[in-house]
Write a protein that binds this ligand. Structure first.
Ligand code: PXL
Length: 284
């Protein structure tokens, strides 16, 4: 991975949910803690994430297109491109255009499909969005679907046991086309009752860990941001993924003291000093 004296700049393409600790809000805290600049391209602005029973949604596509064009005229360069929740098929197309314009040799594209969880699509998404996201996956280097998203991408029924996760991992090899080199599935189940990561592709590995009782919204976003920040430091998928999973796990454990976190997102704020220390260890 290219390391220069400049702070690495990551283009972050996802929504701004004003409340609920996810997406850009998380990326703008976690990436700087890992010594990276977050250059943000908002795709939509919401009052809160879409798991709340009500939310406002401003489609930012027209302005996002103007921002992209300006960045192009500036000849901005990025060390990585991180794409998360987009919000419409038009915005998936914008993200594809962004990759085409700004990917240079060595610039990794990390995509969190961010369209569903617990066996269901998020509010506002249908089959057309899944289809568009399938196309975008082939343009990324690494994708980070959870089990639900992997099921939709592969068009297989949702399941929650270890046998299902193993089947999903096997089938995921079918997603490795185009630029895509690694499918890193989160929230997998393992035979010992653990939960964790399965990576299929060039850097295949498994990382089970103890299951926590709490499922918090935004934990996938905490994992993805930490993964991107650590990955650009070390260039190693497995090392970055394990450390990002450990960080996310500790954040969720830390969230158990207050029931609000289930909806209002992972309590990552007080864990940032520990993340900074992890980042420093990656430099040694
Ligand atoms: O955490 C993923 C996410 C991101 N952005 C929005 C969401 C969600 C999950 O519900 O609704 C707007």
């Amino acid at each position: 991975m290219t390391q220069t004296a400049c702070t690495p700049r990551v283009a972050v393409i996802q929504d701004l949910s004003c409340v609920g600790r996810c997406s850009l809000g998380v990326a703008m805290a976690v990436l700087p803690a890992l010594g990276a600049e977050a250059a943000v391209l908002p795709t939509a602005i919401l009052s809160a994430h879409t798991a709340f029973s009500e939310f406002t949604f401003l489609d930012f596509a027209p302005e996002a297109g103007r921002i992209l064009d300006h960045w192009r005229r500036m000849e901005l360069r990025f060390d990585a491109i991180y794409i998360g929740y987009l919000g419409s098929v038009e915005l998936v197309e914008l993200a594809a255009r962004f990759i085409e314009l700004f990917r240079r040799p060595g610039v990794r594209v990390v995509l969190d499909p961010a369209f569903g969880d617990h066996g269901r699509l998020y509010t506002g998404f249908g089959p057309d969005y899944v289809r568009a996201m399938r196309g975008l996956c082939a343009r990324a280097d690494i994708i980070l679907p959870n089990v639900t998203e992997a099921c939709f991408l592969l068009d297989v029924p949702y399941g929650e046991d270890a046998a299902h996760s193993a089947m999903l991992a096997e089938r995921s090899a079918a997603l490795l086309r185009g630029e895509l080199r690694n499918v890193l599935i989160t929230s997998c189940r393992f035979p010992g009752g653990e939960t964790g990561l399965i990576c299929v592709g060039d850097d295949g590995f498994e990382y089970p860990h103890e299951e926590l009782e709490l499922a918090c919204h935004g934990s996938g976003d905490v994992f993805a941001s930490a993964f991107v920040g650590l990955y650009i430091k070390c260039g190693r998928v497995e090392r970055a993924a394990r450390a990002a999973a450990d960080f996310t796990f500790e954040c969720i454990r830390n969230s158990m003291r207050c029931p609000d976190h289930r909806w209002y997102g992972v309590d990552y704020e007080r864990m940032l000093p520990a993340l900074i220390r992890t980042g420093e260890e990656f430099e040694r």
